[in-house]
Design a protein around this ligand. Structure first.
Ligand code: CP3
Length: 354
């Protein structure tokens, strides 16, 4: 090892972490939610070899490889560990299956009687493969690239646990929260405590940053949003920081819209990932003045490509790149996205002169 590369090893500047630490970068760091996945042929190949989706998540060699695939291809500024938000219900002893083409299936936790049987503590030995995958990725990753660990926000994880599957507007969980708030709060409390432990485990295994995915935050009315999205997320952030005071955390309350300032103010996140529908001046004036902004290209325009894609990229840059920006999509990349369009996006973002 040369003296030079040794220096890089001990003092790597990660542009992604710089932005979260308050220092805008001239070229915004970039990664994509769901960047490891079915739009990549190398993912589909390994997925077929692994058998089931959870086998892929829980085989450290495979999970590490899949995490690194988009980095090798695109040299993103961050890698996100390959796993799923539903590994927490799995470690709590719930049945979790991923049916091909159908999405997740769980045993529904839809009555107070069933909630009374929910385990308080996850079996963290079941999550050891995720930690091992993080350690492997950490060893192989260029020190300039950040490694992201994650969990689902309690509200979003609970929506799948209650319904036993995804639904268009997560009505079963919303209904349970109205009809049986105490039982629903018991699910949320279990998820808060176990998510804190899980995130701390991921930091210990080598994650630089944590992201909390609240994909279904936007279906809640404001009062419920405060109670079921903001408050549990605030408790997770506080619980992680009680042990790791400088932990960097990004929240993704998809669909929060005008509730974003309340979310940012109360949760204490360092960055917020925003969907494509949010009004830009609200983000610039009420969010970007306080935390880093991550987002927010519409995943559909990445499928469309061409001039529409260029225009949408330029919109994100002109809206947010004069402040602290991590370029990303407003939600996960979709399987039908052409790889050439991802390359077009990277080229344009990295050519940004701001
Ligand atoms: O971003 C990454 O590359 C890391 C991996 C990652 C996955 N899921 C892999 C995955 C992450 C961060 C998630 C988070 C996740 N999982 C969320 C929150 C973010 C979001 O996209 O809304 C949610 C709601 C889930 C639950 C989940 N997992 C659903 C609803 C589905 C089925 C829908 C789908 O996209 O297939 C999954 C399966 C899943 N998780 C896949 C991948 C790559 C596809 C599984 C396959 O290969 O067959």
């Amino acid at each position: 090892m040369t003296a030079d590369s040794y220096l890089t090893q001990i003092s790597p500047v990660k542009p992604f972490l710089e932005v979260l630490s308050g220092r805008r970068q001239p070229v915004p760091p970039i990664w994509m939610m769901r960047q490891a996945g079915r739009y990549l042929p190398e993912y589909r190949e390994l997925r077929a070899k692994a058998g089931g989706f959870l086998d892929l998540c829980f085989t450290p060699e495979y999970a590490a490889e899949v995490t690194l695939q988009p980095i090798r291809r695109f040299n993103f500024d961050a890698a996100i560990i390959f796993s799923d938000i539903l590994v927490i219900p799995y470690a709590l002893g719930r049945t979790v299956r991923f049916e091909a083409g159908e999405g997740p299936r769980l045993d529904p936790l839809d009555t107070p009687d069933k909630v009374a049987t929910l385990a308080a503590h996850a079996d963290f030995t079941k999550l050891e493969p995720v930690y091992e995958a993080l350690r492997r990725v950490r060893r192989e990753l260029d020190p300039k690239i950040a490694l992201i660990g994650f969990c689902g926000a309690p509200w979003t994880v609970a929506t799948y646990m209650v319904a036993g599957q995804g639904t268009p507007d997560q009505a079963p969980a919303r209904m349970m929260a109205y009809r049986h708030p105490d039982a629903f709060a018991a699910i949320i409390d279990v998820l808060v405590e176990n998510s804190i432990q899980y995130l701390l485990g991921q930091l210990k295994a080598g994650a630089d940053v944590l992201q909390i995915f609240d994909t279904w935050a936007g279906v809640l009315p404001p009062r419920e949003f405060e109670r079921w999205s903001i408050d549990p997320t605030r408790r997770i952030v506080a619980g992680v920081r009680a042990k790791v005071p400088d932990a960097k955390i990004i929240g993704f309350p998809r669909g929060a819209g005008a509730m974003l300032p309340a979310y940012v103010g109360a949760t204490g996140v360092d960055g917020v990932s925003i969907d494509w529908a949010t009004e830009p001046s609200l983000i610039r004036e009420k969010i970007q003045t306080r935390v880093a902004v991550q987002g927010n290209l519409d995943p559909l325009v990445l499928i469309a490509g061409g001039a529409a894609l260029d225009r949408a990229i330029d919109d994100v840059l002109s809206n947010y790149a004069s402040g602290r920006l991590i370029f990303n999509l407003g939600h996960g990349i979709q399987p039908e996205t052409p790889i050439a369009h991802v390359e077009q996006m990277l080229k344009r973002v990295r050519a940004y002169k701001g």
